[in-house]
Design a protein around this ligand. Structure first.
Ligand code: SF4
Ligand code: SF4
Length: 422
């Protein structure tokens, strides 16, 4: 049974903010796939009506994709990703952080300090905070001061060396022990294998969706793709997987029928940088409202969260935990690491395989690591003749007009290039 909140919730600022974005996503575009109704309805129920979804076992909040969720599922608990995209909570979080801080971190703090958090996560039994960027590291003590139980999952600052790998494997093993202590459930090989199989099925569904987005013309829009992956933050993993599988079938059919979700010559955009997190989908929406189509992304609210698979050599418990640790470290292209050649490589691969015309790079104001990496990414793309639009922004709606003008100009310049080449 689900628990409904009083009707007045509909009128709260966070509900109206979510509703406004959902209206954009659904009403300003024709021919939304029927398979998206599951996700539209889910977000309306959870974000606009304040419905609390039923959760199994204890609830473990995570503040970044670096926390291996399979371990949480394997001890009978439910992971809930706490990265938040609401401007309403960003403003509340401003009381905790310096003015020029990342909106994502501020909104997460604002949501956790609120009496009225959305999604309705209830009482969290533990919050796992991987020690990634400085702002997330320092947020840990603040979250604890709000009365939450926090576990710092220690991540190495580099990822190439064998020392870093061993350090991280030790961290993940200790995390598994801590989870068992908190939940009172022993981590078993059988439960972990089952949890890994569930995640693998979700990843297979995501990968199929990802492949479908290679089609030319596009059969699916990026605004919907981000909504699908954002639902993974809080939805039941099996329901989510089934909904994505159903959506994929419909998109497959669209492919056979030569359906066009965007104009045939719509500029194909690869999205990278600070992650679009509902309801802050303003940049993908502006791109698609201006006639572009986001065909792929390199962000931790979508592709990076679900694409990389776990490779297990030996199905013994320790080996499985180590294999999980490897899967969460090696392919990670977050700019928190000292070097990040993998990110450039990944972006070039995506640009090539998705026939991308341009890249939009979002950096949240105050996120130094994304700001610092933009130059090397722009150079790598430019060497391949791929233009990039760098956008520094935050969750405030104030810059929408200015962003819209810049995006339109960027898309227009891509169209002109294409015309000249033709
Ligand atoms: S941007 Fe990096 S540190 Fe922040 S949530 Fe995403 S993966 Fe984690
Ligand atoms: S966008 Fe930057 S500052 Fe914000 S969580 Fe990610 S790495 Fe940290």
């Amino acid at each position: 049974m689900t628990e409904r909140q009083p009707v007045s919730f509909n009128h709260s600022r966070q509900a109206r903010e979510a509703e406004n974005i959902l209206d954009h996503i659904t009403d300003r575009f024709d021919d939304n796939p029927r398979g998206m109704d599951y996700f539209y309805d889910l977000f309306r129920r959870v974000y606009c009506q304040g419905e609390a979804l039923p959760y199994e076992g204890m609830r473990i909040g995570t503040t970044c994709i670096q926390a291996p969720e399979e371990l949480i599922h394997a001890v009978g608990a439910t992971p809930v990703r706490l990265c938040n995209g609401a401007y309403h909570y960003d403003q509340i979080g401003g009381d905790f952080m310096p003015a020029k801080s990342c909106s994502l971190v501020k909104a997460t703090l604002g949501m956790l300090s609120s009496q009225d958090p959305v999604p309705r996560i209830g009482n969290l039994d533990l919050i796992v905070n991987p020690t990634t960027c400085d702002q997330k590291k320092k947020a840990s003590a603040m979250i604890e001061a709000m009365g939450h139980r926090v576990y710092d999952l220690e991540l190495p600052p580099a990822k190439e060396s064998e020392e870093a790998r061993l350090y991280w494997q030790r961290s993940v093993r200790q995390f598994a022990v801590r989870l068992s202590e908190v939940t009172g459930q022993r981590l078993t090989r059988k439960a972990l294998k089952a949890a890994m199989a569930r995640t693998a099925r979700a990843q297979a569904a995501f990968r199929a969706l990802h492949q479908l987005r290679k089609s030319q013309p596009a059969v699916f829009l990026g605004k919907d793709a981000f909504l699908v992956t954002n639902a993974f933050f809080f939805d039941d993993i099996e329901r989510w997987t089934a909904a994505v599988e159903a959506l994929n079938e419909e998109l497959q059919q669209r492919l056979l029928e030569n359906f066009q979700a965007a104009q045939r010559k719509a500029p194909r955009i690869l999205f990278t940088g600070s992650p679009p997190i509902f309801p802050n989908l303003k940049l993908p929406l502006l791109i698609e409202e201006a006639g572009g189509v986001v065909v792929a992304d390199e962000t931790c609210s979508a592709n990076r969260m679900l694409y990389d698979l776990t490779a297990v050599d030996e199905w013994r418990l320790d080996d499985m935990v180590d294999a999980l640790a490897d899967r969460y470290l090696k392919p990670c292209t977050c700019p928190i690491f000292t070097r990040n050649d993998d990110r450039r490589r990944r972006l070039l691969e995506l640009a090539d395989s998705f026939a991308v015309d341009g890249v939009v790079y979002q950096a949240f104001a105050g996120c130094q690591v994304y700001e610092m990496e933009q130059r090397s990414i722009a150079e790598a793309l430019s060497a391949k003749g791929i233009p990039m639009l760098y956008v520094e922004t935050d969750y405030s709606p104030d810059d929408m007009g200015q962003l819209s003008t810049r995006i339109e100009a960027f898309l227009e310049s891509i169209k002109t290039r294409k015309r000249k080449r033709a």
